[in-house]
Design a binder for this molecule. Structure first.
Ligand SMILES: [Zn+2]
Length: 224
């Protein structure tokens, strides 16, 4: 099961943007500290970053920023680091014997580039072929959001969602395509505001059966 870069030319996938492993690199002791202590410590350090930049932290508009950023990191935008926040996916029996392809497209996601800590945002398109069980559609959204709420590289994010769906659904027949904008490309560096990056994950029939793959691609009709 590999990852295919469908349109690699849409972004320079240089050394800055290639992740090192499929698993998010986390230390063993990542969750020994509780969330409130993490917020407290990050707040202290973020205040220091602002201080070093010469910002006046007694200013009414700025004084709450270290706390807001710390809380946002731990409880919102990076909450998907903690396995306790992983959505529990309940399976339903496929009573109506739907064994065609199910496609959920245009799932909006917001993540953060792990190299620059600025947003990556875009759309995810997911498909699977049921082996007799289905999950609620909102669960697919939740799985996408959970893995998005980590410092990420888009290739890893795509694979993590794909592998999770294989596990939850008990089928290899899973496909994920993500089409995203990277603020580290648009707002700095090369300042390219138009390019998007497309990554794909094809497993089972989507990998081996061209007809299934093409059917999925037709449904999501990537061209805008
Ligand atoms: Zn970046």
């Amino acid at each position: 099961m590999g990852i295919d870069i469908a349109r690699a030319s849409f972004e320079e996938i240089g050394e800055e943007h290639v992740g090192t492993s499929f698993e998010t690199p986390l230390r063993e002791d990542a969750f020994e500290m509780d969330d409130d202590l993490k917020v407290e410590l990050i707040e202290k350090h973020f205040r220091e970053i602002m201080n070093i930049m010469g910002l006046d932290l007694t200013d009414d508009s700025l004084k709450g920023t270290p706390h807001r950023v710390a809380k946002m990191y731990v409880k919102e935008v990076f909450s998907g680091l903690n396995p306790k926040n992983k959505p529990a996916a309940k399976l339903f029996e496929n009573k109506y014997k739907y064994n065609e392809m199910l496609v959920e497209k245009d799932i909006t996601f917001h993540s953060h580039c792990e190299h620059h800590f600025v947003p990556i945002y875009g759309k995810a398109h997911v498909a699977y072929i049921s082996n007799g069980s289905v999950i609620g559609l909102s669960k697919i959204n939740r799985i996408v959001q959970y893995f998005s709420k980590r410092p990420q590289v888009q290739e890893r994010l795509t694979m993590q969602i794909g592998n999770e769906l294989i596990e939850v659904l008990g089928t290899q027949d899973v496909a994920v395509i993500m089409d995203a904008y990277h603020m580290c490309v648009s707002s700095r560096g090369v300042n390219d505001t138009n390019s998007s990056t497309v990554t794909s994950f094809f497993s089972g029939k989507f990998k081996h059966d061209e007809q299934s793959r093409n059917e999925f691609l037709k449904y999501i009709a990537l061209e805008k």
